[in-house]
Design a protein. Structure first.
Lengths: 240, 240
DNA sequence: GAGTGGTCTAGACCACAGA
DNA sequence: CTGTGGTCTAGACCACTCT
């Protein structure tokens, strides 16, 4: 264990060293980290210094501590995907619900200009294009298109395995962990096609949610455009 | 300085004791806290324990540390209001802009049923009702109604002093610090009235942003409904 | 009992601000 | 120069998990 010499406080260097190992895939979600004492010995520092580094990682949801057991790289639970990344709620304040979905299409195609920019792809790169309707409480609410690079998700288009919670699939099957998403919400009018899928009238107001998701290393891996029937559902955001 | 005995770790008790002083108004935004050494002496603990308590407060944006000077209760800068609480951005990715606004009306009235629920008021309580258009880049973009309890903001309706950044006014003049906001975003169609104010067509898609804001102590103090022309602007949200 | 994380201490030294 | 926060150490003891 060696740390870049002289750049900032030790605890920060150690934090970054650990992050690098996770980004690089040496430690994968669910793996246990070396104990604080072992890390400290490895770096030749005191346990308190390692502790401060790990404190930061815990605050960032990168690792989880279990007293008496150890420290683990965080995994994408359904709970996290639903409560942390999914912000569509019932107007009545109902908690987010697990969704079901009907797959409309899932195919591989050449990336278009818009995809290239979002996903930082080279021209002629291929993407997987998932198109589906998501149901909340047994009614169609969200018409959604998900674009991911084929290169990272080999066989996804052919497998036909498209669960509702995609991020767990990404993590478990393809080793891609979503760490940060940026969403842009705007208002639009339902097109005839959208209206048909969502069982609403053309011209009805629609929440359009565009999401760009990236991994811990900052690599963009998903572009998603969700059209949400806004009659009974809203987008919720809490700022502290 | 006395701390509730026996309830949880010391650093947590100390953190809560400090929070209580801020909530109670003993320490107001901009005030300096006692030094860590003095706090430690007052509580009869080591400096490290106080430090851990203050670490938590820093992470929550409640206080700010300045090396060599001291630790201060956080203040609402224009920067914070604009970059932390205001999530409307240009479609082109432009940073948030300071807004100008035209006041349409600012009056006191009896709280309606909806206001009572949001603001936890008693029947017959009075509220200040601010109605205005906010401009971004010299064009009307947001039609906004802000409701606050008259009791907390004595003289606001009469003063006619309604700056664009309200939260600094709330803090400086009325001693009310906004700490947390919850926003619900939905899509609507512009009414004739809305369309006139925003210089758009009736029936155009509109982002409706409903905000409930509360103080550090959890007291709701503002209800705000903003109707945003969604042609050139979007609501942006980053989730990590 | 051995090993883990969780809390707390007492003290050292550094970096920075201000008189 | 003094006082502040910022980093780091070495060690103590506790709470918890697992064997």
């Amino acid at each position: 264990m060696n740390v870049t010499p002289g750049r900032g406080p030790l605890y920060r260097q150690i934090r970054e060293w650990i992050v690098a190992r996770i980004v690089h895939g040496d430690w994968r979600p669910g793996d246990i980290l070396p104990s604080e004492i072992n890390l400290a010995a490895g770096f030749g520092v005191s346990q308190g210094t390692v502790r401060k580094a790990v404190d930061a990682l815990v605050a960032e949801n990168l690792v989880i501590r279990h007293q008496g057991k150890g420290t683990y790289v965080a995994v994408h639970t359904p709970h996290r995907e639903l409560f942390h990344f999914f912000h569509v709620l019932g107007r009545d304040g109902a908690k987010p619900q697990p969704t079901t979905s009907q797959l409309i299409s899932c195919r591989q195609r050449r990336a278009e200009k818009e995809d290239l920019g979002c996903l930082h792809l080279r021209p002629n790169a291929r993407v997987v294009d998932i198109f589906r309707v998501r149901n909340l409480r047994d009614r169609p609410v969200i018409l959604e298109r998900v674009i991911v690079p084929s290169k990272l998700f080999q066989g996804l288009a052919e497998s036909g395995d498209v669960p509702n919670e995609l991020y767990q699939l990404f993590e478990k099957t393809y080793g891609v962990t979503i760490h940060k998403v940026v969403e842009e919400i705007s208002a639009e009018l339902a097109t005839v096609e959208t209206a048909r899928y969502l069982d609403i009238k053309p011209g009805a107001p629609i929440l359009a949610i565009e999401r760009r998701a990236e991994t811990l290393g900052g690599m963009p891996v998903e572009f998603r455009r969700s059209l949400c029937d806004s009659r009974d559902y809203i987008y919720s955001n809490e700022i502290v």
